[in-house]
Design a protein around this ligand. Structure first.
Ligand code: ZN
Length: 304
């Protein structure tokens, strides 16, 4: 297949498109606000034409936050956009006359880390993205695991506490309610205050921890141990080689990762009597979804 490898990331507020090279680096990109869902295919087509600037496009990969059908064409439902049963892949393919693959954004980001980032060379890899929510992606034997219906690896919705906090998914006690950026902000209430007495944001907590603020470090330590405890449940089932932690909260580096390692060690079945996974920070940042989607589109069977 010849031509440009294009990745697109569709989020609740913006759509970003980029051309990647064979090392996964983004060589040209553009973005625009996310329009009404009915106009998303046209917006993607315009962005792709803009960055391609007349050059041939080999394929387009689209990463979208939501449940994606197993054939990687249809957005079944999306949490942040009013978007249901949308044949996104087909629509964009018809507009651009190129092959299009749609992938869950967390899966696409996990694939990018596996191909070009912190999970390079690991055949068994679990990615956990700690942002507004908790997302995940799973690579087993070098292949992305989508499950029977395209919606595997929703690691934020394993149950962390029976009868616990109500989750956006409608169930109670999901890990996401304890170990997401939103949960971190909630934990900070009454314990950490901004200079004017206001609540602190997740990025501000991360910044304070990186400046060695004791209260912020303690908060992240509790948070990280809980995240590690949740991850231990996944490790009991999956036994991965490496766990790649990404998302905004991961910018706290070892202020987050060391407590995650502690929590994981404390709750891992078999404890110190068994080998466990390494826990490392993601390397590709918030462009990972775009990069992974582009790579998956150029050779849809690469991971199949
Ligand atoms: Zn949930």
């Amino acid at each position: 297949m010849t031509g440009l490898e294009v990745g697109v990331d569709v989020g609740g507020t913006k759509i970003a498109a980029g051309i990647i090279d064979e090392t996964g680096a983004i060589v040209r990109s553009a973005r625009r606000p996310t329009p009404d869902s009915s106009e998303i295919p046209a917006a993607i087509a315009e962005l792709v034409r803009e960055i391609a600037a007349g050059q041939a496009v080999a394929a387009v990969g689209i990463g979208a936050a939501g449940f994606i059908s197993a054939d990687r064409q249809t957005v079944l439902t999306a949490p942040n956009i009013d978007w249901n049963d949308a044949p996104l892949g087909h629509d964009v393919s018809a507009l651009l006359d190129v092959p299009v693959v749609v992938e869950n954004d967390a899966n696409a980001a996990a694939w990018a880390e596996h191909r070009f980032g912190a999970g390079r060379g690991a055949h068994q890899m679990l990615a956990v993205t700690v942002g507004t929510g908790v997302g995940g992606g799973l690579v087993v034997n070098g292949h992305l695991v989508r499950g029977a219906h395209g919606i595997a690896a929703e690691v934020g919705h394993i149950r962390f506490e029976r009868g616990g906090l109500l989750c956006g998914c409608g169930l109670y006690g999901c890990l996401e309610q304890y170990a997401s950026g939103t949960a971190l902000e909630r934990r900070a209430e009454g314990r950490l205050l901004g200079p004017d007495g206001s609540p602190v944001s997740g990025p501000e907590i991360t910044r304070l921890a990186n400046a060695e603020d004791p209260a912020a470090c303690e908060l992240l330590a509790e948070f990280g141990r809980d995240l590690g405890e949740g991850i231990a449940t996944l490790v009991a089932v999956l036994d991965p080689e490496v766990i790649v932690i990404g998302g905004g909260v991961a910018e706290a580096g070892d202020h987050l990762l060391d407590p995650v390692r502690e929590g994981l060690a404390a709750f891992l079945t078999g404890g110190t009597e068994r080998p466990g996974p390494s826990v490392v920070a993601a390397e590709l940042g918030n462009q990972a979804g775009l990069v992974g989607a582009a790579d998956l589109a150029v050779d849809p069977d690469r991971d199949a």
